[in-house]
Design a protein around this ligand. Structure first.
Ligand code: NAP
Ligand code: ZN
Ligand code: ZN
Length: 346
């Protein structure tokens, strides 16, 4: 066992505060990682505030982890002390079910072990995430950070990067395709960069005009402010693929109108339930789909793709003590475009 300092939520209504806890001992297949940086994902807020129910307190959020290997178990074959590595949203799974065999560990039929608020296989303890000094992870759930990538700007790729890369790739974002990215936050800004690198024409769909200049600077071809009267109707049947990253409740039907005949809208944001009008799907043969992060192998593929295309996150680095303020700003959509905790400040 080893002690680590962290920031934890102790209830759905209390701010995160400093907390110290024990990580499991490094087992034969484990690596221990000194965490350099951890991104702040909106899922951290949903979980810390109990918005998805089932949060086990105290909880240390954080699943956009980068750092350095400081110890390896006796059977570890892929990593050595000093390696620069990442950990995303998954730290374990059953490894034998169909989903695991197909490298889709996020859909493990026995339940994937989330990096935080999961149940650690073997101990039954609640897993604790990356707002901490170090983490112990099975070697098969560790990612290689390509050489030369700055660690702070790479951390958000471990969730925001893979969550957007996977559906963009699966649903054919590429040359000749009109892609809309709804919500320019952590996920959204990665989606813009990745979809552009894939060759698509990209429009940012935002709920105010505040991020217009940033959207174009990030590489978007066009910008659409949905608070303008008639915005949805004026863009009816325009997009082949809409990727919806919005974290707050909103009317899916309004956005569905903008999907071309036979096109698709993919939800990755996880706000509370909201009704969908079937006729919007039926009458134009539209698809409505969802997507959950990505498997370990695809996460490595995404990191290599981003390295190859020079894609990094635009970040604001913060000391751990500022995490509550970061949450408040994210809830006001005031994020440019990912907060990243410098875990050296813990
Ligand atoms: P974020 O950085 O806080 O960005 C969310 C964006 O949503 C905001 O920046 C804002 O963009 C937009 N938005 C907020 N309120 C809105 C409203 N009322 N109407 C329309 N748009 C609104 O969040 P994130 O970290 O990117 O996460 C986004 C969502 O994805 C969260 O629900 C998170 O839990 C979920 N998520 C899912 C997965 C998955 O695997 N499916 C993985 C990670 C995260 P504008 O200012 O541009 O409108
Ligand atoms: Zn996340
Ligand atoms: Zn499985």
């Amino acid at each position: 066992m080893s002690t680590t300092k962290a920031y934890a939520a102790h209830s759905a209504t209390s701010p995160l505060t400093p907390w110290t806890f024990e990580r499991r001992a490094v087992g034969p297949n484990d690596v221990s990682i000194q965490i350099a940086y951890c991104g702040v994902c909106h899922s951290d807020i949903h979980t810390a505030r109990g918005e998805w129910n089932g949060t086990r307190y105290p909880i240390v959020p954080g699943h956009e982890i980068v750092g350095t290997v400081t110890a390896v178990g006796g059977s570890v074959s892929q990593w050595k002390v000093g390696d620069t590595v990442g950990v995303g949203c998954i730290v374990d799974s059953c490894r034998t079910c169909a989903s695991c065999q197909e490298h889709q560990e996020q859909f493990c039929e026995a339940g994937m072990t989330g990096t935080y608020n999961g149940i650690e296989r073997g101990t039954g303890n609640t897993t604790q995430g990356g707002y901490s000094q170090h983490i112990v992870v099975d070697e098969n759930y560790v990612l290689r950070i390509p050489e030369g990538m700055p660690l702070d700007r790479t951390a958000p790729l471990l969730c925001a990067g893979i969550t957007t890369y996977s559906p963009l790739r699966k649903h054919g974002a590429g040359p000749g395709k009109q892609v809309a990215v709804v919500g320019l936050g952590g996920l959204g800004h990665m989606a813009v960069k990745i979809a552009k690198a894939m060759g698509a024409r990209v429009t940012v769909v935002s709920h105010s005009d505040k991020k217009r200049d940033d959207a174009l600077r990030l590489g978007a071809d066009d910008f659409l402010n949905t608070s303008e009267a008639g915005a949805f109707r004026a863009n009816a049947k325009r997009f082949d693929l809409i990727l919806d990253t919005v974290s707050a409740a909103h009317d899916y039907n309004a956005y569905l109108q903008m999907v071309k005949r036979g096109g698709i809208m993919v939800l990755v944001g996880l706000p509370p339930a909201s009704p969908v009008n079937p006729s919007l799907l039926v009458m134009q043969q539209r698809c409505l789909a969802g997507s959950l992060i990505g498997g370990i192998a695809e996460t490595q593929e995404m990191l290599d793709f981003c390295a190859q295309h020079g894609i990094l996150s635009d970040i604001e680095t913060i000391p751990a003590a500022m995490v509550n303020e970061a949450y408040e700003r994210m809830l006001r959509s005031d994020v440019r475009y990912r907060f990243v905790i410098d875990c050296g400040t813990l």
